[in-house]
Design a binder for this molecule. Structure first.
Ligand code: CAA
Length: 291
């Protein structure tokens, strides 16, 4: 299977990062979203992040312009149809993802590989509702996509070997490392990482520590590059909560119950960096802990 054109659905923080690394590796990219504003913001973000790479000598200016020129944006899902590989990176809600695959299906080439960047939803279930479960798999990037080395590749129960090999080839071409995970709730990284974040929220909820002491403890005491609450804000508290719910429902174990304080922040619309407020308030010059 030769892959040259990659369709990216969703221009949010994951979608624009995926478009960035794919175009940088020489793939033609078609990025779609339902909002023109989101597409414009995504292109600005990609330019800003690539410029940072240029200023640090990691990319030549001409390479950046060529890569940006390989990204096309569209509001029409039909334009994704001609892609050899589709990576869906829309909102982490199963109904949304399912509706996208349904709308996309009539426009696809018969041999297009479909993948989802879902951080936790069953690949087998998403695949079973498409016309090509054998050509469907999980293609899970970490945030920030241009920096993080790992991609989790998740085979659904029906995924065939050529599909896996083709996706592995893409991961290698973009210079990242693939880790193969079985299709169980939240796969490997989030199965371990998000319960740790949830536990940090419990530590906050129970008053064992405050935002600053918890983050400092894990940065200085466990050498984590970001404290768990800072990381939660970075990932998005809605995404963290969605992942905890998938673990709780999918594994039916109370150890995965989402912390009520995490739920409260999400209810408040304090979703982290993207809404400028979460465990920290980002509206000023410096992030200020909210507890
Ligand atoms: N695009 C391109 N380059 C970027 C970038 C971006 N968005 N963000 C940072 N960089 C680059 C910087 O230019 C810098 O490059 P050099 O090494 O060449 O100088 C490098 O990354 C480090 O950046 P900074 O110096 O600005 O900041 P830092 O040292 O504090 O590192 C970080 C930032 C890499 C984000 C680091 O804090 C980190 O690793 N945090 C943890 C991230 C993490 O755990 N991600 C996984 C989240 S879980 C997930 O994504 C899965 C899911 O489904 C929820």
């Amino acid at each position: 299977m030769s892959i040259q054109t990659i369709g990216v659905i969703g221009a949010g923080q994951m979608g624009n990062g995926i478009a960035h690394v794919m175009s940088q590796a020489g793939y033609d990219v078609v990025m779609s979203d339902v909002s023109q504003d989101a597409l414009n913001r995504a292109m600005e973000t990609i330019r800003k992040n690539m410029s940072r790479q240029v200023s640090r000598g990691k990319m030549a200016e001409a390479e950046m312009e060529a890569a940006l020129g390989r990204i096309k944006t569209t509001l029409d899902l039909a334009d994704i149809g001609a892609s050899d590989l589709v990576i869906e990176a829309a909102t982490e809600r199963e109904a949304v993802k399912q509706a996208i695959f349904e709308d996309l299906q009539p426009h696809l080439k018969p041999d297009t590989i479909l993948t989802s960047n879902t951080s936790s939803i069953s690949i087998t279930r998403l695949a079973s509702r498409t016309d090509r479960p054998e050509k469907f798999m999980g293609f899970h990037f970490m945030n920030p996509v241009p920096v993080m080395q790992l991609v989790e590749l998740i085979r659904g129960i029906a995924t065939d070997e050529p599909t896996y090999k083709a996706c592995l080839g893409v991961v290698e071409r973009i210079g990242k490392t693939a880790s193969s995970a079985e299709d169980f709730p939240a796969f490997i990284v989030n199965r371990i990482l998000v319960p740790m974040i949830n536990e940090a929220v419990y530590v906050l909820y129970e008053g064992v520590g405050n935002v600053k002491s918890i983050d400092e403890a894990m940065k200085l005491g466990a050498n984590h590059p970001m404290g768990p609450l800072e990381l939660a804000d970075f990932i998005g508290l809605d995404t963290c909560l969605a992942i905890m719910n998938v673990l709780h429902d999918g594994l039916a174990d109370t150890k995965y119950r989402p912390c009520p304080l995490l739920t409260k922040y999400v209810e408040a619309g304090w979703l982290g960096r993207k809404t400028k407020r979460g465990f920290y308030d980002y509206r000023g010059e410096e992030p200020v802990p909210t507890r």
